[in-house]
Design a protein around this ligand. Structure first.
Ligand SMILES: [Zn+2]
Length: 317
């Protein structure tokens, strides 16, 4: 048995938000190439991501939000037939093409299928190479390149459909996972721990708004050693005390030193180290169960190298 699953789908590549947009299909190509060249891909159990059922999406989102995105997709298709532009704008950074709906369902479907596979003991953990990302998607609003909150959906799915009582969400993207917070704040079955550059997009409050959230805002130019300190002294004690039965990771790699969107200073070794810490908690309390979903990461080389470092630790390579 391969210990680590790899969930993706070609539909995730078809979603694009216009020329020059940093959240581009080539991000997935860069990851695939790197896993192929390094040989890491050979050690992974590859699975196609299914389309998430809408009933599962609605574990984390309002029915109106789901219906509105579907409506925008239908409207866009008609507009294009009538000679209109190929995108419909959601916010200044976020738009949909005709493939976005399916890509978003595949991204959430990957997280759900990975949860099923890990819960069934078919694999110890899994990485979902998906886009669009999810952690800015609020219960009732798409924003910041995100439409459905893949990690929040999967966390709720593990609670509701697999009967778990405590799950953790770990978010190491450079941006604050405001969407995840919006969905899980006050839900004591979920502990969310994160750090993020502050002040920075999405310009929300820095400190936790509910007792099940542990936010650690950090200034621009924070480097790996300081991040390791905060993980050791703030994240790990909370995670240890909480004893999660499964861990979901919002795996954004835009806190990398080479990333053009963030201004933090992490490198591949830092991602490997953080992943080791998450894995140790999972092994102590959660039978090793981890589902990690791609969020940000916009320098293609740094993204690919960082994902490799992350997956190497998950798969113990
Ligand atoms: Zn980000």
């Amino acid at each position: 048995m391969n210990k680590t699953g790899y969930f993706s789908h070609r539909d995730c590549r078809k979603h694009e938000m216009g020329q020059g947009h940093p959240e581009c299909p080539e991000r997935l190509d860069a990851i695939e190439d790197r896993l192929l060249i390094s040989g890491v891909g050979d050690a992974l159990e590859r699975r196609e991501a299914p389309l998430a059922p809408l009933a599962d999406i609605e574990l984390a989102h309002g029915r109106m939000h789901v219906a509105s995105l579907r409506g925008l997709t239908d409207g866009l298709r008609e507009d294009i037939t009538a000679g209109g532009p190929p995108h419909v704008q959601i916010d200044p950074d976020t738009c949909m093409n005709v493939f976005t709906w399916d890509a978003a369902l595949r991204a959430a479907g990957a997280a759900i299928a990975a949860t099923d596979a890990v819960m069934a003991g078919e694999m110890e953990n899994a990485f979902c190479a998906v886009r669009p990302p999810g952690h800015h998607a609020c219960r009732d609003q798409a924003m910041g390149f995100c439409f459905f909150n893949n990690v929040a959906i999967a966390a709720r799915y593990a609670l509701e459909r697999h009967g778990l009582q405590r799950v953790a969400i770990v978010d190491f993207d450079v941006h604050h996972g405001n969407g995840t917070e919006d969905i899980v704040a006050g839900d004591q079955r979920i502990l969310m721990v994160s750090f993020f550059q502050h002040p920075f997009y999405p310009y929300g409050v820095a400190h936790s708004t509910a007792s099940n959230l542990l936010n650690v805002p950090v200034p621009a130019y924070t480097r790996g050693m300081e991040v390791r300190e905060l993980v050791m002294h703030e994240w790990l004690p909370r995670l240890e005390a909480y004893r999660p039965e499964m861990i979901f990771v919002s795996a954004g790699f835009d806190a990398h030193r080479d990333d053009e969107l963030g201004q933090m200073g992490l490198v591949e070794n830092d991602y490997a180290w953080i992943t080791q810490q998450i894995k140790a908690v999972a092994q102590r309390h959660a039978q090793g169960r981890i589902v990690s979903c791609l969020e940000g990461g916009y320098n293609l080389d740094a993204l690919a190298r960082s994902v490799e470092a992350h997956v190497r630790v998950l798969a113990e390579l």
